[in-house]
Ligand binder design. Sequence first.
Ligand SMILES: Cc1cc2nc3c(=O)[nH]c(=O)nc-3n(C[C@H](O)[C@H](O)[C@H](O)COP(=O)(O)OP(=O)(O)OC[C@H]3O[C@@H](n4cnc5c(N)ncnc54)[C@H](O)[C@@H]3O)c2cc1C
Ligand SMILES: *[C@@H]1O[C@H](CO)[C@@H](O)[C@H](O)[C@H]1NC(C)=O
Ligand SMILES: *[C@@H]1O[C@H](CO)[C@@H](O)[C@H](O)[C@H]1NC(C)=O
Ligand SMILES: *[C@@H]1O[C@H](CO)[C@@H](O)[C@H](O)[C@H]1NC(C)=O
Length: 531
Amino acid sequence: MRKMIRCLSFIHVLLLSVSCFASGTARGDFAQCMSAQLTPHMDPFTVIHSSKSSSYSYLLESSQQNPRWVNSTATKPLFIITPLHESQVQAAVLCSRAHGLQIRVRSGGHDYEGLSYLCGTLFVLIDLVNLRLVEINMTDETAWVQSGATLGELYYGIAKESQVHGFPAGLCPSVGVGGHLSGGGFGTMLRKYGLAADNVVDAYLIDVNGRVHDRKSMGEDLFWAIRGGGGASFGIVLAWKIKLVRVPPTMTVFTIPKWLDQGAIELVHRWQFIADKLPEELFIRVIIQKVSDGKAAQSIFNSLFLGKAESLIPLMDQNFPELGLKATDCTEMSWIQSVMYFAGYQKGEGLEVLLDRTTQYKSNFKAKSDYVKEPIPETGLKGIWDRISEEKIAFVIMDPYGGRMSEISESELPFPNRKGNLYNIQYLVKWEQNDARETNKHVHWIRMLYRYMTPYVSKSPRSAYVNYRDLDLGMSASGNGSYLRASIWGPKYFKNNWKRLGMVKQVADPENFFRNEQSIPPYVAAGQRYK
Ligand SMILES: Cc1cc2nc3c(=O)[nH]c(=O)nc-3n(C[C@H](O)[C@H](O)[C@H](O)COP(=O)(O)OP(=O)(O)OC[C@H]3O[C@@H](n4cnc5c(N)ncnc54)[C@H](O)[C@@H]3O)c2cc1C
Ligand SMILES: *[C@@H]1O[C@H](CO)[C@@H](O)[C@H](O)[C@H]1NC(C)=O
Ligand SMILES: *[C@@H]1O[C@H](CO)[C@@H](O)[C@H](O)[C@H]1NC(C)=O
Ligand SMILES: *[C@@H]1O[C@H](CO)[C@@H](O)[C@H](O)[C@H]1NC(C)=O
């Protein structure tokens, strides 16, 4: 079923390409084309891995963060390419095109629906795992970071150079820079510094003709589109130039769990009125979670303050006295220690754990997202609580917006969820047994929760965050046609930026070579049939 849904949008293209070649030849021709592009003395097996290579299975599975599809019957890649140099990425694009193969590009492999390594037809997986340099320039406070680096590698690189610089991106160190920056990217410093993508100042992109562009040569439209329009639609981003941000040498964190009889629901209710209006140095998120059978659900208030505890306490007394924050709840630390703290590492572990590319969170999961513009009444929150209590391992994570996020216009970047949003919600359910029955049960549960939330969240469109990829969003009641589906999920992720993304795509890649189930289709004027 899932496979069918995945393939639906490509049936048209598929028929065309399948009719052009026999798969046996495509395999040989591609390998030959690729080998011919490598430098003479190079062993092709370090870059080109076929299903017969001993490295193939390991490479395929190593960075899949959602093991739901490890044993999937969906087509496995004909080849996995692990480029050591940009010329090999160029070659992979040109050879795939020449031989009618699709590609999937993977940086950190965290795509929620596995779109960076699954494809319903013959394809080549370009895995950027070996392109992960991080070069910090303290003179102009920037860094060039290659897409295959993880956030952990980036954070580690910054911390090695400076105690007073940081970068505002996501919490999980194993997330890849490539996908993350492509979709926006946010973490504990978003209220002060906005999205990761808001802090990108240049990029190297390989286009559909295999040419490498920087910001100047790709032009401002394309540069706009790749900073939030989602990965996979416009080309392959090799590297990003980012502006580092200044952080104070001492920050403060706290984590306060509340049970039902400690006012868990009332406190979340109250939190909604203040979280987006607090000074932008203060980020307090809420996690409503159930972590195992038997244990009750709880609300956790989890915070980063860009300053010392002595400044935080009066701020909390003034704005959120109900939480009753005490000095003993607070821990002061550096920015990089806060990164470790939010990633769940214990105090005293060496910073080198940030270089570990395998996530600690690997698990079968399904997630969905929403934006909230008005506080949800207590009765509404109670319903979330009741539903979470039915599951074994489930989370509702509420990340406050406001601050810098409200100062940036909706059209500045493709990511449109700015002013007027109190917070983002991520719903997440995990399960252990990787079989159809279990999967269906938990996916059904989260869909019912999502349906329950309808009256409380943003409407027309009901917004979602593209980095929390959700293939459910493209399903229409009638369920037909790719254009119809794209026109459903497109505005949910991008609102009014959807059309401009399509127009940029039409110029950059009119034949729609760079594509997946939720890539941007080329914009075609009204009345013309979608191809
Ligand atoms: C455990 C976990 C924690 C997370 N925490 C956060 C968080 O705190 N904040 C947040 O904002 N998000 C978070 N995310 C979501 C994350 O930002 C997205 O899943 C992101 O797209 C992952 O990037 P990746 O490179 O790891 O993924 P991949 O699966 O490699 O790529 C994702 C998509 O981008 C495309 N792509 C990848 N690299 C490139 C490239 N170089 N050029 C063009 N396209 C490319 C892929 O083809 C795919 O479509 C989290 C995800 C997980 C699984
Ligand atoms: C995949 O299949 C193999 C062999 O049947 C099995 O050992 C492995 O546990 C499976 N992996 C997952 C994630 O289900
Ligand atoms: C660092 O930035 C400065 C100022 O832009 C520039 O002159 C210098 O060449 C850069 N250093 C490196 C190593 O790129
Ligand atoms: C798809 O469904 C819509 C709405 O039900 C209908 O109007 C349209 O004709 C259908 N298109 C195709 C190609 O079946």
